[in-house]
Write a protein that binds this ligand. Structure first.
Ligand SMILES: O=C[C@H](O)COP(=O)(O)O
Length: 251
């Protein structure tokens, strides 16, 4: 089944207002006219609306890097789906391994974020992935299954159709150590098969599964050639306009 590729740049905790506007403008330019793929940027909250403003009129989608499940209230340090939408965002990264590991976000909180995003009409970019220890202990599939079952609990069939999944092996993030195309494809195929079990095969067939972890201009083409890899969630290389533009223009 042919799925529309999605190339996403996660800027993590990088960019001042000026940097962000310049980077967004350059990416806007090199993604213009690409009719067969989607491009998404996840800048820090502080520049969401500036980036959306710079990209107004383009097809580049804007996401936040996390999201709370409530529209407003006493949740110091959080950002709500309505705030993200009012700043120009249409999606939210949820369950990134840096949130899971550094900030100890557990399955329950991640699940609340997924359901909250969907309830307010934001597309979740739901991240899963195993650590090196888990891979070496041959627990990759067990970990992925737990993350998917717990994190997507209560998601309706219709909402799953809109959700994006990102497979990011923790050992490949920011390390320069990309999963081989075979390792990535194997994990993506497992995720799709599990989604078919959890939801329906026709839903699983439409869900875009992105690969993340040291995606660069020199490995994007072979990763994107894999049957179950529908896009990339890019960190480091998304901060350099030339690199990200090459990634967007994968062959
Ligand atoms: O969200 C992006 C991922 O964590 C990948 O980051 P990276 O491309 O710097 O390895």
């Amino acid at each position: 089944m042919k799925r529309r590729p999605l190339l996403a740049g996660n800027w993590k905790m990088h960019t001042t207002v000026i940097d962000a506007c310049q980077l967004a403008a350059a990416i806007g330019k090199c993604s213009a006219g690409l009719a067969d793929r989607d491009v998404l940027l996840a800048p820090p909250y502080t520049v969401l609306s500036e980036v959306a403003h710079v990209l107004q009129g383009s097809d580049v989608l804007i996401a936040s890097q996390n999201v709370c499940w409530e529209a407003e209230g006493a949740f110091t340090g959080e950002i709500s789906p309505t705030m993200i939408k009012s700043a120009g965002g249409t999606a939210a990264i949820i369950g990134h391994s840096e949130r899971r590991q550094i900030f100890h976000e557990d399955h329950a909180i991640i699940n609340k974020r997924v359901l909250g995003a969907l309830a307010f009409g934001l597309i979740p970019v739901f991240c899963v992935g195993e650590t090196l220890e888990e891979r070496e202990g041959e627990k990759t599939f067990e970990i992925l299954e737990e993350q998917l079952r717990e994190g997507l609990a209560g998601v309706s069939l219709q909402d799953m159709g809109k959700t994006v999944v990102a497979y990011e092996p923790v050992w490949a993030i920011g390390t320069g150590k990309t999963a081989s195309k075979e390792q990535a494809q194997e994990a993506h195929a497992f995720i799709r098969k599990l989604l078919a079990e959890m939801f329906e095969k026709n839903i699983a067939d439409t869900v875009r599964i992105l690969y993340g972890g040291s995606v660069k201009p020199d490995n994007v083409d072979e990763l994107m050639a894999q049957t179950d890899i529908d896009g990339a969630l890019v960190g480091g290389a998304a901060l350099d306009a030339d690199s990200f533009c090459r990634i967007i223009n994968f062959i």
